[in-house]
Design a protein around this ligand. Structure first.
Ligand code: ATP
Ligand code: MG
Length: 870
């Protein structure tokens, strides 16, 4: 069975059990502060388990792109070492939201594996939760009894809380789980050691393939458990592991999910898979990481220096350095593997296909820059080795190399080992831990339990139509963090406040109580589909009805910028071409920022055209045509632009201004003429193939013109009210250049004259031609002068002192012969005399200078010069 058949049979099976098949959510998560990446199929349904909203279907199945590289699920260090953990993998899953429970989940899992896929029953083991006294939890006998129908008792194993009790996070829904494991060892091995003893023991051929989670509890902030009002099923099966079993392989990497990639890596790096362990690990790392990085970029997450982008950068760098160290790749090569990946997976994941160029460009650029870092790091490491006075390098030094230059510690350790040096690794670990603790302390958030005042299912957003309305608080909780201090999160029964999203900032404003008390709302965000208002304090009577008022000035400015962003997008596609797609957007009240794919700098001429295009649409006064709750497909068919990496529901909102039509949840002006005017303030590169434009509109544009006009008047005044200030400035510049030339010439002449005079002033002292004198010249002229005199007079000792812009300078010249013969050193002399001018310096034995803060000391220094000769 090919991988794609295996995938589609899973979906058809659950479709036949009345499940709605949904698509994978993006891998990068935007509305959950506790998660950066989707790490399980259930993430996109969290809002249902939390009771924030009600699902349309209570039976759902899908295949979900997951990434386990940070937080609670972090498999990064395993990947490549073993044969069954990946960073990015597909998780097949079926869900019941308050519908069926353990019985059906178990029946169907068994039917699918043994009937549909035809897996031999005798290679399967299952586990059930054994209970936990401390938590007051009983053994999951319900699951046990059901499994007994299919599986002999000795193959049903008890599992502890670590393996068989699943929790979403520190708080929230949780419950016992039941796992299905396969034993794919040879018959001889099975005869020697029983499979039961290897379950959950990290054996590469006795692995978990499917986990069925039965959510029945909610974990509260104080750690206690309460029963959930509705019971849910959440299952996850590793697609690549399933392929391994069904294709009779011993490793995920030997299935058709990976073999085409591995063949290509072999070809590009001229290496061979399956011969040597180190090479194999490197090839597996690259095959795996390549997928993770490519899918992230397709989802809109580029490698960067912070947050999710930094995680992606680190994954890519791990692949680069495995290639660098074990496959001897010193040039970018990972980007060359993209065509194979796209060929294999582009059908199932069209975003790979359409973003292929961008993925290649970004990866190549990252490879180039990290290879440069590696080169620099190697030089630094060499210096460290040659400066070392023992055969051990301190962990602190290695940490510096790692932290400041991004030089990987395993490479440092490897190189040191090869050179016969040892590394103090525990010291390195300690430094790393210190850094982690610092950042954890800085980002730690204490979250209290929700206090529910009112049960309310649908939290309606009314902010498209009104900025002011009466609301009730339905629930609230307290959150505390170092960064923001103490805040209250409030949820209303309905709200005019727009929550941060789609690049647009959250609304600010206030709540007014019947008694006149005012509570300010400082921000609004969406978390797991819940609109959360952040307040500095809690109203005295939270149960009151409040007047909720959005800051209308901020909202209007933001709306202007958002509409302008759509027009800018349209303009870019018109003027630069249809290849332009949105790669990021920030809509504030003060300005807007728009990132888009484009291969070259946008020329001044093109920028002008873009500005003109947008301003023309503004002058036309095009009215907003808003289409709420239309089916996704209908919107797309009508020409609406959708973005990759965005999570769209079945019904969407389309925002249309003339020929610009986008799927968008943001707030917009009623007519484009509200924007007043659009000005591009900057254009530049963000990454290879991605440009950024920043722009302003409305009030900010007005202010821009006012400021410009004021400075123009100032300039004109400074130019004695010149009629044509530009011409006047040009004249000044020309004049300035001419004057500079004259000064240069005069200085040259002056030096020449001085040289003549000085030659006469040199006197003989103890057989040396000696002169110490104060001169009014700059450093360069003094140097030239010293060398010119030196060229004409032998056996010479010169010391010049000068004052330049309030600072002192000493210049010392000694003929080379003289310096050698009398063991004189100009460097030492200026350093010693430097104390008179409160400074220091140095140079060579025959020429040196010293700078100082005390010009009054110059005479004293000059007076001491003769001491060196006598
Ligand atoms: P393991 O103990 O093998 O790491 P897990 O307990 O972390 O697995 P779950 O969180 O229950 O796994 O995830 C559900 C299923 O997803 C697993 O049964 C497995 O088939 C698959 N899976 C989990 N982690 C990975 C991974 N890193 N790569 C590939 N498949 C995975
Ligand atoms: Mg795991």
């Amino acid at each position: 069975m090919t991988a794609s058949e295996i995938r589609s049979r899973f979906l058809t099976f659950f479709e036949s059990k009345s499940h709605a098949i949904v698509s994978s959510a993006p891998m990068v998560i935007k509305d959950d502060p506790t998660l950066m990446f989707t790490n399980a199929g259930m993430n996109q349904f969290k809002e249902y388990f939390l009771g924030n909203s009600e699902p349309k279907n209570n039976r759902v199945a899908d295949t979900q792109k997951c990434l386990r590289v940070s937080g609670k699920h972090n498999d990064l260090e395993e990947v490549g070492m073993d044969t069954y953990h990946h960073t990015m993998f597909e998780m097949l899953g079926n869900w019941s939201f308050g519908d069926y429970f353990k019985k059906e989940a178990i029946d169907w899992a068994w039917e699918l594996l043994t009937d549909i896929y035809g897996i031999d029953k005798d290679i399967l083991y299952v586990t059930i939760f054994e209970g936990d006294e401390a938590e007051g939890l009983e053994r999951d006998t319900e699951a046990f009894e059901r499994w007994k129908k299919y599986v002999p008792e000795e193959r049903i194993l008890n599992g502890n809380k670590k393996d068989n009790f699943w929790e979403m996070g520190e708080q929230g829904p949780c419950g016992p789980s039941s796992e299905i494991h396969v034993d794919i060892r040879s018959a001889e091995e099975k005869a020697k050691v029983s499979g039961a003893s290897l379950v959950n023991m990290d054996h590469p051929q006795v692995v978990e393939i499917w986990n069925l989670v039965f959510m029945q509890f909610n974990r509260k902030a104080d750690g206690s458990l309460e029963k959930l009002p509705a019971q849910h099923v959440d299952t996850g099966m590793g697609f690549e592991r399933l392929c391994m079993v069904l294709q009779n392989k011993q490793s995920n990497y030997d299935t058709d999910v990976f073999t085409p990639l591995i063949r290509e890596i072999e070809a590009v790096t001229k290496s061979k898979y399956g011969k040597e362990e180190k090479t194999d690990i490197a090839i597996r790392v690259i095959a795996d990481h390549l997928r993770a990085v490519a899918f992230s970029i397709a989802d809109g997450q580029l490698p960067s220096n912070t947050g999710a982008g930094y995680v992606i950068r680190r994954i890519l760098r791990r692949a680069i350095r495995y290639g660098f160290t074990f496959l001897n790749t010193k040039e970018p090569f990972i980007y060359k593997l993209i065509p194979t990946l796209v060929k294999e997976m582009g059908k199932a994941f069209p975003e790979l296909l359409s973003e292929k160029n961008l993925i290649e460009n970004v990866i190549r650029e990252e490879e180039n820059s990290f290879l440069r870092t590696l080169d620099q790091g190697l030089v630094l490491l060499e210096n460290m080795i040659s400066a070392a006075n023992s055969k051990s390098i301190s962990g602190k030094k290695a940490f510096e190399l790692y932290d400041t230059f991004g030089f990987p510690i395993d490479l440092t350790a490897l190189i040191l080992r090869e050179r016969g040096f040892s590394l103090n690794e525990s010291e390195f670990e300690a430094e790393l831990q210190k850094q982690k603790d610092r950042s954890r302390a800085a980002t730690k958030v204490e979250t209290g339990d929700w206090v529910t005042l009112q049960d309310d299912w649908e939290e309606e957003f009314v902010g498209y139509d009104t900025l002011e309305t009466q609301v009730k608080i339905t629930r609230y909780r307290k959150v505390e963090s170092k960064k923001e201090g103490e805040l209250y999160q409030l949820v209303f029964n309905l709200t005019p406040f727009y929550p941060e999203g789609g690049g647009q900032v959250g609304d600010k404003g206030y709540l007014e109580a019947p008694n006149g008390e005012v509570v300010y709302i400082v921000n609004t965000k969406k978390e797991n589909n819940l609109i959360i208002h952040f307040a500095k304090s809690l109203p005295r009577n939270p149960g009151d009805t409040f007047k909720a008022v959005v800051d209308s000035t901020q909202r209007f400015r933001t709306a202007s910028n958002h509409t302008a962003t759509h027009l800018l997008h349209q303009a870019l596609r018109n003027i630069l071409g249809e290849h332009v797609t949105q790669k990021g957007s920030m809509v504030h009240s003060r300005n807007l920022r728009f990132d888009f794919s484009h291969f070259a700098k946008v020329s001044d001429e093109e920028l002008k055209q873009v500005e003109d295009f947008v301003n023309a649409r503004i002058r036309e006064g095009i009215a907003l045509e808003e289409r709420r709750n239309i089916p996704y497909q209908q919107a797309i068919d009508e020409g609406a632009i959708a973005l990759f990496g965005e999570k769209y529901g079945d019904s969407v909102r389309a925002v249309k201004f003339g020929k610009s039509m986008e799927l968008c949840g943001g707030t917009h002006v009623d007519t484009t003429s509200d924007i007043w005017h659009f000005i591009i303030t900057s254009e530049g590169a963000v990454a290879s193939g991605i440009r950024r434009i920043e722009a302003i509109t409305g009030d900010a544009a007005k202010q821009y013109f006012i400021d410009r006009s004021e400075s123009y008047t100032e300039v004109q005044k400074a130019l004695n009210n010149a009629q044509d200030p530009v011409k006047a400035v040009q004249n000044l510049q020309e004049e300035n250049t001419a004057l500079q030339k004259q000064i240069q010439q005069l200085l040259k002449d002056k030096t020449k004259n001085i040289k003549g005079e000085l030659l006469l002033e040199i006197s003989e002292m103890s057989g040396v031609n000696f002169l110490a004198k104060k001169l009014d010249l700059d450093a360069g002229a003094l140097k030239d002068l010293a060398f010119e005199i030196g060229g004409e007079k032998e056996n010479l000792f010169l010391l010049f002192g000068s004052e330049i812009d309030g600072k002192a300078l000493l210049t010392c010249y000694i003929s080379k012969d003289l310096a050698a013969q009398k063991a004189l050193n100009a460097g030492t002399i200026v350093r010693e005399l430097g104390k008179y001018i409160q400074g220091g310096g140095g140079g060579q034995p025959f020429f040196a200078t010293a700078g100082g803060k005390k010009p009054e000391g110059i005479d004293e220094a000059l007076a001491k010069a003769s001491d060196y000769i006598e």
